[in-house]
Each structure stands twice: as structure tokens, then as C-alpha cells.
Design a protein. Structure first.
Length: 176
């Protein structure tokens, strides 16, 4: 082999190793990415059942039900973005700041029945904080326009009931 041919094979081998390393890194990252979804997105096109996602919105007033299975506390509540509501099931202790009418982010998977099985629930830390993803979802849903002031207060969401959220979902036209 000539010197030029050996150099070409070395460059090809280096490029193959670099390509393989890049593919392995991208594959590893893709399994750890957690996407943010809103209840209306879950109802329109749910993510795959094995995909972990963050579900964000406001806890619907009157929808929180707590019970115990053995020693484990179990909570069921609805989360809405003002256009659709999704039922969340969570086994564990809810955060101290979790309340009806407050913004919440639940991490977990969407079930075939469009219910959400949460492995973690995150609640806001004071009355002025709203997770960035929830604020973006409210803007996108047309429930808040930043030009007209701050996001809706928790008090306005406290007035929304489970029936109101379901009624809003039923009146929404199907989108493809």
C-alpha cells in the first residue's frame, strides 16, 4: 500500500469511529428527553405509552380525591389548560403546596385511557410563581395574553369545576 492509500484508510476509520460515537451519544440522550405536554395535546394526540412526559396545567377545583391503599396515599385529580382536562393518578405524598386551582407539573406516562400515571408531582412555591411551561400553554390555548397583564390568578381557576372543564372539552371541535 502506498502512503496515500494508508492515509485514506486512516481517515475513513476515524470518520467511522466518530460517526458511531455520535450515534451512540444521540441515542442515549433521546431516551432521557422529557417533553412538556398540555391536557389538550394529550387529548388530541397522546404520546406513546412508554414515553415519559411532563403534564402541566392547573388543578381543577373539586377534582382532588385522596385515599389510602395500605400504607400508600393515592391521589386522583384533574389537570386542565382551559380547553381540556386530564385525570392524573399519583401514588405517594403530594407536595405541601399542592392545592386546587394552583398550577402543577406532573411527570409520568399517558395511559391508553388518556389518564395520566404520575411518578412525580411538582407544585408552585408561592402565589406569584407559575411554571414557564404552564404559562406558555395558557398563552397557546388563548387563556392568557401577556400584553394584558399577568397570568390568570389561582382564584379564577378555583371557580372552574370538573364539569366546566369537561364541558369545554366536549364543545371543542376535533382537530386533525
Amino acid at each position: 500500500m502506498t502512503r496515500k492509500t494508508r492515509r485514506l484508510w486512516l481517515v475513513i476509520a476515524c470518520l467511522a469511529c466518530l460517526g458511531t460515537a455520535a450515534a451512540l451519544i444521540l441515542r442515549a440522550f433521546s431516551s432521557d428527553i422529557v417533553f412538556f405536554v398540555t391536557p389538550s395535546q394529550v387529548m388530541a394526540s397522546p404520546p406513546p405509552k412508554d414515553r415519559t412526559v411532563k403534564l402541566g396545567g392547573m388543578v381543577v377545583a373539586g377534582s382532588v380525591h385522596r385515599e389510602r391503599r395500605g400504607e400508600t396515599p393515592v391521589a386522583t385529580f384533574n389537570v386542565t389548560d382551559g380547553q381540556a382536562a386530564v385525570t392524573v393518578h399519583y401514588e405517594g405524598i403530594l407536595p405541601d403546596l399542592f392545592r386546587e386551582g394552583q398550577s402543577v407539573v406532573a411527570i409520568g406516562t399517558v395511559q391508553p385511557s388518556h389518564d395520566f400515571a404520575a411518578t412525580e408531582v411538582l407544585a408552585k412555591h408561592d402565589e406569584t410563581y407559575m411554571p414557564k411551561e404552564v404559562a406558555e400553554a395558557l398563552k397557546k390555548a388563548g387563556k392568557w395574553d401577556p400584553r394584558f397583564g399577568p397570568p390568570p390568578s389561582a382564584d379564577s381557576w378555583n371557580k372552574m369545576t370538573v364539569q366546566d372543564a369537561r364541558k369545554n372539552t366536549a364543545t371543542q371541535p376535533a382537530t386533525n
